[in-house]
Each structure stands twice: as structure tokens, then as C-alpha cells.
Design a protein around this ligand. Structure first.
Ligand code: CO
Length: 148
């Protein structure tokens, strides 16, 4: 277990597209564990691979119900719309209003290397969209409607 260094806005790695993970092996499990620890250390609700300098499609989320690990997450359905304030550990001190769906259905591989589908609503839907955007080099600042 280790706390990893967070890449900050302006770092080119945050703009790159992450690659799919072939298999959830020990190395990926260690990465997920480090990401969880790093996220908790900084009081975040989500963290994506590129934010710790790893261009792999892995995210960790905890909106208060315990950690969720998603490998190769893909949004297969989205509904609704809500505008709420967002922030990002890679953009400290900045907040802004971003429009996101109120429900997303996400296909992913879990930490046991099993295929899974999750439905996220409200804050969880927002966190899933925010973190999956990171895997495609998209940051919340690109989508700000109004500065917070
Ligand atoms: Co972020």
C-alpha cells in the first residue's frame, strides 16, 4: 500500500486516452488499493488511473458507502440531467457547475475479474461520469457551465 502522487491540471498525461486492462492481476489490485488510499488521504470521492500517472482504464469511487473498483468501465445507458457543483483532486481549489445524467448504467470488470453492471444515481452517477471522462482525457473544467 502506498499513497501515490496526484497529477495536476496542465500535466499532459491527464489529456491522454487510457488503455483497457487485459486482466485484473496482482499489479492492477495493488494499483486499485493505492488509488483508494490516495483518494481517502485527500478526501476525494473518486480517482482515475491517469490522475496517478497510469494510463489504464481503472477508477475508484467512494461516495460514502465504501469503495467501488471499476476496471474498463463503459456507460451503456444514461438518463436525466442535473446541474451540480463539481471539483477534482487534479484541479485543487476549483469548483464549477457541471451538467450530468441523474442515472447511468455502467458495464465494468470488478476487482475479482468478473463482468458486472452497476446502476448509479445522482451523486454516484455524477462520480461515474466524472471518472470515466478522465479515462478519455476529459476534465470537468471542460464542461463547466458556471464557475463555483
Ligand atoms: Co477528477
Amino acid at each position: 500500500m502506498a499513497i501515490r502522487n496526484i497529477r495536476k491540471y496542465g500535466d499532459e498525461i491527464l489529456r491522454k486516452k487510457s488503455r483497457n486492462v487485459e486482466k485484473v492481476d496482482l499489479k492492477i489490485l495493488r494499483l486499485l488499493d493505492d488509488m483508494r488510499e490516495t483518494m481517502y488521504d485527500l478526501d476525494g470521492v473518486g480517482l482515475a488511473g491517469p490522475q496517478v500517472g497510469i494510463l489504464k482504464r481503472v477508477i475508484v469511487i467512494d461516495i460514502g458507502d465504501g469503495p467501488i473498483y471499476l476496471v474498463n468501465p463503459e456507460i451503456i445507458q444514461a438518463e436525466g440531467s442535473s446541474i451540480e457543483e463539481e471539483g477534482c483532486l487534479s484541479v485543487p481549489g476549483k469548483n464549477g457547475l457541471v451538467e450530468r445524467p441523474t442515472m447511468v448504467k455502467v458495464k465494468y470488470i470488478n476487482e475479482k475479474n468478473e463482468n458486472n453492471v452497476m446502476v448509479g444515481k445522482d451523486l454516484l452517477a455524477r462520480a461515474l461520469c466524472h471518472e470515466i471522462d478522465h479515462l478519455n482525457g476529459i476534465m470537468f473544467v471542460d464542461k463547466i457551465i458556471e464557475e463555483g
